[in-house]
Design a protein around this ligand. Structure first.
Ligand code: RUQ
Ligand code: CUA
Length: 656
């Protein structure tokens, strides 16, 4: 048995080489993928706009990138879990609290699965949520500003991977733990994993008006690995589904030891029932320690609050709320079709795709058609919930999306292809190679009741020869296919930022009309904001120096500052007085061990400079803002510690 699995693992790790060196099919030749009018289909003429936004995760970059479809053009990288020197995220004083956690300031994470907020099962374009895997967190990005405005840490979790997917009215954004851990965390032998570790599935409520997040409850599941999840919708609204692997509960050499069971599970959670249970006082208020970080758009400042309690639910105490559906071979993707009837599990080591039926699941529950239990949770009979399976579709199925016309599209990592098949008849209709080793795929609106079934984007793990070489690391990449016809058509390759895992796409007109142009100066409630140059000043407070500075084309006020000393902590609080769309200014200071600031019209940001050397040191605007951008500069005079040079500064050329 072991040797077979080892052999399979070898295929898993080496097949990439076969497929990448010898692409299958006649579309494999370098430029031969395109039929006649592919170029026309992706061409967005200069000055024209794309039809869709695509939010593609950065994986190990920790960020979320915004592209246009069909052009594949990159518009913005939104900093989320990682510091970003371009936008000062995590470097300026205002956003540092966003990266606070129970482990302190964590400037990096691994972001995988963005999901757009929904109303009545359709994308509403208000927010994008995305998970941080490594130090478990869920972030919310506001789609009026395209900025991260909230991050909540997930306690009792590790490798926050089956996240962050929303229910159909964004009642909850859901996070599930990939690694089970001791609960509560404690010093214990790893070998005692089995039966002692727990897997937390966390339901974070999203307040309807402002989207404020709060952990509503955590369901403490057996110590499996909870890999991916998707919400029920339509008929199955009120349920949530999670794939599991390592139901063996192995703690070492998982590639062998977690591949023993012929079937793992999809966990079906009736969250409405658990919600009711908690509302009626069920669950335990358990001590916890996790950060809740909120960016306030009026003060342009984030605050971090440590929360000390979380409601924990033991699933065996809510009978009828949690079931296991056996699913072959360490399933990865867990996808629900637009009607909510089919729950698709993709066994990474299986040759087929398994579809469960929601209505059959309900029937099996009613008839108590069980096949034993695991830790007190009923296991439904495999045959009873099985709707069908797609046979011999490819090797290594991972993820499935839907076009809303009865078709599903599944990625196959090992055989490097996207396979189109029919819901209900389970027949394969078409297959197209990907270049190479595709992971996730995305159809705009694919995780909703109403997909925009026009394109599918395949996100690939390996690129090899598809682009100009750039040393040992070549760009990660996505590919765009037209899916309006019976057969898919490859239209475009485009490079991506970081490693794209999942993505979320939406019709541009839903989002674009709400996009913010400026921040109104009169609404700026930042503690150190000024509303005109006359209010600019420099204030010493012990060894702290606070500079209330403004910027407008093409000067700073003040622009000459004297009286600063070595050993001071100099705070530059800088307000951009512009009230015009698309006129940010930047500021940087020689020797400051932080990033530049890039400040939007009407916004205030702060950086700290601790001068180490006596002298006269310049600062300047970093964003080419006008014909006189190069003139946008100033000086700070730094005197020795204890010097008698008083604080003075120039405004409008006059010394104050
Ligand atoms: S997971 S393929 Cu987070 Cu499939 Cu990336
Ligand atoms: Cu302001 Cu350049």
């Amino acid at each position: 048995m072991k040797t077979i699995i080892r052999f399979f693992a070898l295929i898993l790790s080496t097949s990439v080489i076969f497929t990448s060196c010898a692409p299958t099919g006649n579309e494999g030749s370098k430029n031969g993928a395109l039929t006649g009018n592919a170029a026309e289909k992706v061409y967005v003429a200069p000055g024209e706009h794309d039809e869709f936004y695509a939010f593609i995760s950065g994986g190990f970059s920790g960020q979320l990138a915004v592209y246009g479809l069909p052009s594949g053009r990159l518009f913005k990288v939104i900093p989320v879990f990682s510091v970003d020197a371009e936008k000062a995220y995590g470097f300026n004083e205002e956003t540092k609290p966003m990266l606070n956690t129970s482990h302190g300031f964590i400037p990096w994470d691994d972001s995988h699965h963005p999901d757009i907020s929904q109303t009545a099962g359709e994308l509403d374009g208000r927010f994008v949520f995305i998970n941080g895997n490594n130090t478990p967190r869920i972030a919310k990005i506001d789609l009026t500003t395209f900025e991260t405005t909230e991050i909540i840490e997930i306690p009792n979790s590790a490798g926050n991977h089956s996240s962050s997917f929303v229910t159909e009215n964004t009642e909850y954004v859901v996070a599930g733990t990939r690694f089970s851990v001791p609960y509560p965390q404690r010093d214990m032998p790893i070998s005692e994993y089995k039966g002692n570790f727990k897997g937390a599935l966390t339901f974070i409520s999203v307040e309807p008006e402002h989207g404020h997040m709060d952990i509503a409850f955590q369901i403490m599941m057996p110590g499996f690995n909870y890999d991916l999840s998707h919400p029920g919708r339509g008929s199955s609204h009120g349920w949530f589904f999670f794939t599991t692997y390592n139901t063996e509960e192995a703690n070492s050499l998982l590639e062998v030891n977690a591949s023993q069971n012929d079937k793992d599970f999809i966990a079906a959670i009736n969250w409405k029932m658990v919600e009711e249970y908690v509302k009626n006082g069920g669950g335990t208020k358990a001590p916890a320690n996790y950060a809740h970080n909120v960016y306030n758009e009026d003060t342009h400042t984030a605050t971090s609050t440590m929360k000390k309690e979380v409601v924990v639910v033991d699933p065996t105490e809510v009978p009828g709320a949690v079931y296991f559906m056996p699913t072959p071979k360490s399933p990865h993707g867990c996808d629900v079709d637009p009607s909510g009837e089919y729950i698709i599990g993709s066994g990474k080591l299986a040759a087929e795709i398994t579809a469960h039926s929601f209505s059959k699941m309900i029937k099996a529950i009613e008839e108590k058609n069980f096949d034993g239990e695991a830790y007190g949770i009923p296991i439904l009979s495999y045959e009873a919930t099985l709707a069908g399976s797609v046979k011999q579709a490819g090797l290594g199925p991972l993820h499935t999306e839907f076009d809303g016309q009865g078709n599903a599209y599944t990625t196959f990592f090992i055989s490097s292809e996207v396979v189109k098949w029919k819901l209900g008849t389970w027949e394969v209709v078409d297959r197209k190679p990907t270049y190479y080793s595709v992971g996730h795929l995305m159809i705009p609106g694919g995780n909703s009741r109403k997909p925009f079934g026009k394109y599918v984007v395949a996100m690939n793990k390996i690129t090899k020869d598809r682009y100009l070489p750039t040393g040992p690391e070549v760009t990660q990449s996505a590919q765009l296919y037209d899916i309006t016809g019976e057969k898919m058509e490859l239209l475009l390759d485009f490079p991506t930022v970081g490693e794209p895992h999942y993505a979320a796409g939406i019709a541009a007109d839903i989002v674009a009309k709400n996009s913010r142009k400026i921040f109104k100066l009169e609404e700026n409630k930042h503690e150190y904001a000024i509303s005109n140059e006359g209010e600019a000043k420099v204030v010493r407070n012990g060894n702290e120096v606070h500079i209330y500075m403004s910027m407008i084309r093409s000067h700073f006020a003040p622009d000459n500052i004297e009286g600063v000393q070595v050993g001071d902590k100099v705070y530059f609080h800088v307000t951009n007085l512009e009230q015009d769309y698309d006129v940010p200014h930047g500021i940087s200071m020689i020797g400051a061990n932080t990033s530049e600031l890039l400040i939007m019209p009407g916004q205030t940001e702060t950086f700290v400079w601790e001068p180490k050397q006596v002298g006269v040191w310049p600062f300047y605007c970093t964003d080419f803002c006008s014909a006189l951008h190069q003139e946008m500069q100033g000086y700070v005079r730094v005197s020795p510690k204890g010097s008698s040079v008083p604080i003075t500064y120039t405004l409008d050329g006059d010394e104050l």
